[in-house]
Design a protein around this ligand. Sequence first.
Ligand SMILES: [Zn+2]
Length: 80
Amino acid sequence: MQNPDTSHNKCSAVQLVRFGHYKVERCSCGAVHVAAGPVTLHLDEGAFRQFVQTLTVGIEQLDLLQAPHLRVVADDGASE
Ligand SMILES: [Zn+2]
């Protein structure tokens, strides 16, 4: 009898989300695949979360740059 779980070198991915040319999958090996067009990043979960946080802050900074009445405040939580 063959054990069906012998394909250690073959990953199977479950799609988490797809949005246009962007796609996120969770791989059976624990990696997260982030596909953006022809490029796929293979990240572990921690790296994936950091990646998402980086993108999120990037969006926030982009919005700040595009909102001329707002600007980045560098001081540490000091508000009047
Ligand atoms: Zn994998």
